[in-house]
Ligand binder design. Sequence first.
Ligand SMILES: Cc1cc2nc3c(=O)[nH]c(=O)nc-3n(C[C@H](O)[C@H](O)[C@H](O)COP(=O)(O)O)c2cc1C
Length: 377
Amino acid sequence: MPQPLLFTPLAMAGLTARNRIVVSPMCQYSSLEGGPTDWHLVHLGKFALGGAAIIFCEETAVEIRARKTYGCAGIYSDAHVPQYRRITEFLIQHNSIPAIQIGHSGRKAACGPPWTNFKPLTEEDAQKGQPPWQGISSSPIAPRDDAGVPHELSVDEIKQVIESWKEAAQRSLDAGFQMLEIHGAHGYLIHQFLSPLVNLRKDGYGGDLKGRMRFALELTEAVRSVWPRHLPLWFRVSAVDGDGGIWSLEDTVSLVRELKSRGVDAVSCSSGGINGPLNYAIVPRQAGFQVPYAQRVKQDTGITTCAVGLITEPEHAESILQQGQADLIAMAREFMYNPNWPVHAARHLGVDAYLDLLPTEYAWWLKRREKIREISK
Ligand SMILES: Cc1cc2nc3c(=O)[nH]c(=O)nc-3n(C[C@H](O)[C@H](O)[C@H](O)COP(=O)(O)O)c2cc1C
């Protein structure tokens, strides 16, 4: 039986992923002063032990005010560098590629975690030591009725924010990350510049598509200037957003063409986020609902794409690759359910050496158990 594509290595820039399985970024709301804790080492480490090729840390804030919550991850201080190094070294030791997603919440700052429905922080929180702070954005429009109005960035301030992305990329490199993704999706700062629903600027950072893309492109150039060529640079897009296609797949293709010409190697195709999740009637949440976005971006731009969103079954993941709809498969929630999903998928797809995805400390025992079962048949 031929090797499934899911378990065929993929070369990207100067790195080779051992298979096509990616752990998608998952905010944990468990950081301390922006830094990772033992939680992160165990949370991410178990995916490496389970055989995933590329493991993304959660969205990691490039500035202290870029966090959504007090528990959000950050890489805005040099003190964070050795804290992340502990994690990157562990992942590399177990044959996975440590990847970081850097981001800026913009106007979606100063709220509680998801289980509070991202409730904006109030005076009550201030009394408990967690005062709200003002978010920033392309235009002064609150993200929801109960949230504060963000500060509209001046052109000088935009340049400073771009500098903070560059510094965060340098720190990510120093911390040992080997892939870096710019978070341009889900209604966060970059998306707030891209979307005509939020970006009402009249200067060179607003207006037509070219103006609204400018922040994303300048920022990408700044990041690429410190992120070495041999290490892959990713960008996450919300491929469609805004009811009625305010941001369309055509817009995404135009953006990706520009990103590619600035040295972006791969695009992760998500959707929605400016005004909450995209209307379920427009984008039904069925298995692989965002795969067509990855397919279109790949076809039209030739860039490496990663499909994500309700992909849980090995055969489905394999068929996406076989049909050339995407080059990589990312999963988030399924990995929470089963951190050994790559082993499960390899067995399911008939990979003989599926146990070799596990470290010897586990593989030896499980192979032995198989032999014993074989003998006692
Ligand atoms: C707990 C949790 C945290 C998430 N955090 C992030 C994040 O930090 N950055 C991001 O781009 N997407 C984030 N996502 C979205 C996932 O990366 C993924 O795109 C989404 O969950 C769909 O994939 P799935 O159906 O395999 O879970 C998060 C999802 C979950 C469930």
